[in-house]
Design a protein around this ligand. Structure first.
Ligand code: BG6
Length: 475
């Protein structure tokens, strides 16, 4: 790992900011999602209901406490922090001509604070924070007009933060919805504001959404380059190795296909064209996408500068032909060689090396680990501290495999950002009790607590790891 390696963490606006009624913010789609419980999905509402807890409304109050939080990240020696911009703070409804200055001011304050501490801001433009108005009035990403609204928002950000922000991420995990697979309500909602069970003509709609988001990303890359050729633009994918259940070639092929479904958008963004195999796959099921001729040039000129990789777990594909094709991340088969987190996610450090190799050999582009971490329940010990040895163990093992990928396999990995360096709201469950942080936040699932920040044991460990550039992490 060389000196420029970007050590740090990742957070997202809807999971930490809170303050939904401040700064003229509009309603974002995650503002309407309630808290869930263990194994229980979050409820999705169309309007606010009295007596329900919507975790994004408080978040962890980052909106008011960002200075304190950034100072703690700086104390750990962070070189980078990935934040997301809540689109509904900049364009409260999404279709306005002019941006909301108060929203821009807030993010300028955050970015300035980061720069003041020598922390590189890495800015995600879409981390599930679409203005709900674009869903209700325009039908979300299935409407090509929404791509234009997104580009207006991107252009506003590129211009306003020109020379302050160099690293941009167009989207977080658009790959979780694919026309060929079933999805949960929460996953299609998180990404597009639509419940899977309520989508009409599912395959066609998801194909259109997938295409529109992909072209939106490529057009945003074009824009970022035009505004400043020094910009480095990536897109973040949530991908996992999918292992076959055994070495029966049919099952191996099945696992390959399941894993490959997560890659068509990366292919489009790295190879300079929307993949022909995907268009033919759609044609075979009677779907013909309307493709604007100018899109081809956009794909060609809009290839990524880096790939962002969110890695938590690997999964095992079911037997060929089996009904349940869900991955271990969201139910499905468990790997007998691996332990799982309390939420059932398989803990697989070697998987991160596998995926880094796989992706780097496929595209040859720099890769940034944009999320990795362990969601766990932390107990405050009698001495008042949190001794999270399990988190240190998880991260240590993963960083060791990243090191091997860089040093032994020659993968160009440019950074490692942990998910949730400070405890924040879980995206899938809305819980606070699913904690990832080096910094504890005193807030429970009911939204009660002082919001006080406290360093956990992992805080000092990560600080040391950054200081030594991971020389302290050995076999
Ligand atoms: C990633 C998302 O998929 O997983 C984050 O980008 C999310 O927003 C993270 O928080 C962990 O998932 P969860 O449900 O444990 O918060």
């Amino acid at each position: 790992m060389d000196k420029s390696f970007l050590w740090g963490g990742s957070i997202a606006a809807h999971q930490c900011e809170g303050a939904i009624n401040e700064g003229n913010k509009g309603v974002g789609l995650m503002d309407l999602v309630t808290v869930g419980a263990y194994g229980q999905p979050r409820d999705i509402h169309t309007e606010f209901e009295a007596g329900c807890r919507y975790p994004s409304h408080i978040g962890i109050d980052f909106f008011h406490r960002y200075k304190e939080d950034i100072a703690l990240f700086a104390e750990m020696g962070f070189k980078a922090l990935r934040i997301s911009i809540d689109w509904s703070r900049i364009f409260p409804k999404g279709d306005e001509e002019e941006p909301n200055q108060a929203g821009l001011d807030f993010y300028h304050a955050v970015v300035d604070e980061l720069l003041m501490h020598g922390i590189e801001p890495i800015v995600t433009l879409y981390h599930f924070e679409m203005p709900i108005h674009l869903v209700t009035e325009y039908g979300s990403w299935k409407n090509r007009q929404v791509v234009d609204f997104y580009l207006r928002f991107c252009e506003t950000m590129f211009r306003s933060f020109n020379h302050k922000v160099k690293y941009w991420v167009t989207f977080n995990e658009m790959n979780h919805i694919d026309p060929q697979s079933e999805a949960s309500d929460i996953f299609t909602y998180i990404i597009a504001g639509l419940k899977f069970s309520e989508i009409e003509d599912k395959k066609r709609t998801l194909a259109v959404i997938g295409y529109n988001m992909t072209i939106a990303s490529c057009l945003a890359v074009n824009l970022a380059r035009k505004i400043n050729p020094e910009n480095k633009v990536g897109c973040v994918f949530g991908i996992e190795p999918v292992y076959p259940v055994d070495c029966n070639p049919e099952n191996v092929l099945n696992a390959y296909k399941q894993m490959d479904r997560d890659f068509y958008q990366i292919d489009a963004m790295c190879n300079g064209a929307f993949p022909k195999y995907k268009l033919k796959e759609y044609e075979a099921i009677g779907i013909k996408l309307e493709i604007d001729e100018r899109d081809q040039t956009a794909f060609k000129n809009g290839t990524l500068d880096f790939i962002g990789m969110n890695y938590y777990a690997s999964s095992v594909a079911a037997y060929e032909g089996a009904e349940d094709q869900a991955s271990a991340l969201f139910g499905g088969l468990q790997n007998p060689f691996l332990e799982v987190s309390k939420w059932g996610w398989a803990i697989d450090p070697v998987g991160i090396r596998y995926l880094l190799n796989y992706t780097y050999r496929k595209y040859g582009l720099p890769i940034m680990i944009t999320e990795n971490g362990l969601g766990a329940v932390d107990e405050v010990a009698t001495d008042g501290h949190i001794h999270d040895a399990y988190r240190i163990d998880y991260l240590k093992k993963h960083i060791l495999e990243v090191k091997k990928a860089i040093e032994l396999d020659q993968v160009d990995c440019i950074g490692y950002l942990t998910w949730g360096p400070i405890d924040l709201v879980s995206a899938t469950t809305g819980q606070m009790s699913k904690r990832y942080g080096f910094i504890h936040v005193d807030l429970d699932d009911e939204g009660k607590g002082s919001l006080k920040r406290t360093r956990k044991d992992s805080f000092d460990w990560y600080k040391q790891t950054i200081k030594e550039n991971a020389a302290n992490i050995t076999e």
